[in-house]
Design a protein around this ligand. Structure first.
Ligand code: SF4
Ligand code: SF4
Length: 360
């Protein structure tokens, strides 16, 4: 049964101290002077011990995916004869604060790491099995968000939800596992509110068949990005739903037969990302790579899982691109290209029909 409470700042401090006994708490925090330019702050996911450290009024630059899939992690240690799995450093369960779009992004990560083939990804699963989620209510919107266009403004993936108004916290507890932490709290009639409309509305493109996809791949709309995109990969590293990684063996200087295998986050936007052992490269130009990234989100993921867009409309890619390339504007251009492609296909079908009648 869901119950709501109102907690003062002091009660929240006590709550966090109790939660920290059993959970590692991760949330977006402000890093002073940690931004792109001198004296700029940045917002990133870190372990928190006090609720006051959580940044509620700005979107984090990187998404919460780095809690489950760190930017770099050791998978196992090896010698010539054996290997040993790298242990998780803290045995406590995880309690991760995120917005509705962030929590919906976890479902997409789950598909990629747990449901993509016969074996679930061991290292993702062991973190995911420990994860509990807290929904942070969006009381304001950020530049470039379009969750309402994708239905990711709401989520069922949370144990409890929380909203801060002035110095008070309002909490709605869904999961009985957490009810005991609120036994002394004052009940409230708080109900979580989801954003109902974003300033930016996006008509997310939907492709009807593979032929439309093939023609879209060849469409001249991608040429523009050849000049504009610098292939830095920032959009994908920040993206809530991108999951590409590379693995590398690091051998120790003292003994080259001993070392560790590391998994590091990478990006389909980087040169050489898809270069094969024999030297063949599938996407040689930046324009090719940008097209691949976008069409993976629009078409390829859905073709694989049949669950719609590989995107939750968090807007981080638009906000973080140093070349100010707008993903939402690219989606708009795809819609215009699709109108052309569908007209072209309809006229070709009409021509074929006429030719067939002519031969009768
Ligand atoms: S593609 Fe952009 S808007 Fe969509 S989930 Fe990734 S960062 Fe967010
Ligand atoms: S779209 Fe922007 S952020 Fe992404 S690789 Fe190109 S320049 Fe970098």
């Amino acid at each position: 049964m869901e119950t709501s409470y109102r907690l003062s700042a002091g009660e929240m401090d006590t709550l966090f101290a109790k939660l920290a006994e059993n959970y590692l708490i991760y949330a977006p925090v402000r890093i002073h002077n940690g931004g792109r330019y001198a004296l700029d702050d940045t917002i990133m996911y870190k372990e928190v011990t006090k609720y006051r450290d959580i940044e509620f009024h700005e979107r984090s630059i990187f998404s919460m995916k780095e809690v489950l899939t760190p930017i770099s992690q050791t998978l196992f240690y090896f010698t010539e004869e054996e290997f040993k799995e790298a242990k998780v450093k803290d045995e406590r369960e995880l309690l991760i604060f995120g917005r509705a779009c962030d929590l919906n992004a976890v479902k997409i990560q789950d598909q990629i790491f747990l449901e993509n083939g016969n074996e679930a990804d061991f290292f993702y699963k062991r973190m995911r099995d420990k994860a509990h989620f807290v929904l942070m209510e969006c009381t304001e919107q950020f530049d470039g968000c379009f969750c309402c266009s994708l239905g990711t403004n709401v989520t069922d993936l949370q144990e409890f939800s929380v909203s801060f108004r002035d110095e008070e916290a309002f909490v709605n507890v869904k999961d009985n596992e957490f009810a005991t932490y609120f036994a002394e709290a004052t009940p409230s009639d708080y109900e979580i509110k989801a954003p109902e409309e974003n300033e930016l509305q996006v008509d997310f493109p939907h492709l009807n068949n593979k032929e439309e996809y093939k023609r879209l791949v060849m469409h001249p709309m991608w040429a523009e990005y050849e000049k504009r995109c610098i292939g830095c990969g920032k959009c994908t590293i920040a993206c809530s739903t991108c999951t590409c990684f590379t693995t590398k063996d690091v051998c120790y200087t003292e003994n080259r037969n001993v070392g560790e295998r590391k998994r590091t986050c990478t990006s389909c936007m980087l040169a050489d990302f898809d270069t094969m052992a024999g030297g063949h490269c599938f996407r040689k130009t930046i324009g090719d790579r940008y097209r691949f990234k976008i069409l993976h989100k629009v078409y390829a993921h859905d073709a694989r899982f049949n669950t719609g867009a590989m995107c939750v409309g968090c807007g981080r890619c638009d906000a973080d691109c140093p070349e100010q390339i707008s993903y939402s504007e690219t989606l708009h251009k795809i819609n215009l290209a699709l109108v052309e492609i569908r007209q072209e296909m309809a006229s070709e079908a009409e021509m074929k029909q006429k030719e067939a009648l002519h031969h009768v």
